[in-house]
Design a protein. Sequence first.
Length: 72
Amino acid sequence: MAKDYPWYKIVEGDECLNQGDFVNECPIIIPPSEMQEGEECDVRILNYNVIIMSQSCDLENKKIDLVLLCPV
């Protein structure tokens, strides 16, 4: 049962994600330790509970290609 914390809410639908948002079971791609350019390779996908560390303004304005995450 989730506790009622007034400083956060559950994001649903197409709302933009922001710095400080939690993402449960976020799939993270783990590449192999060695790869050759142009060669297909097998990757592992692990699910982590994470918090978004990238700045909200960069996410909202699509100024970044990669989002910084931290495991929770």
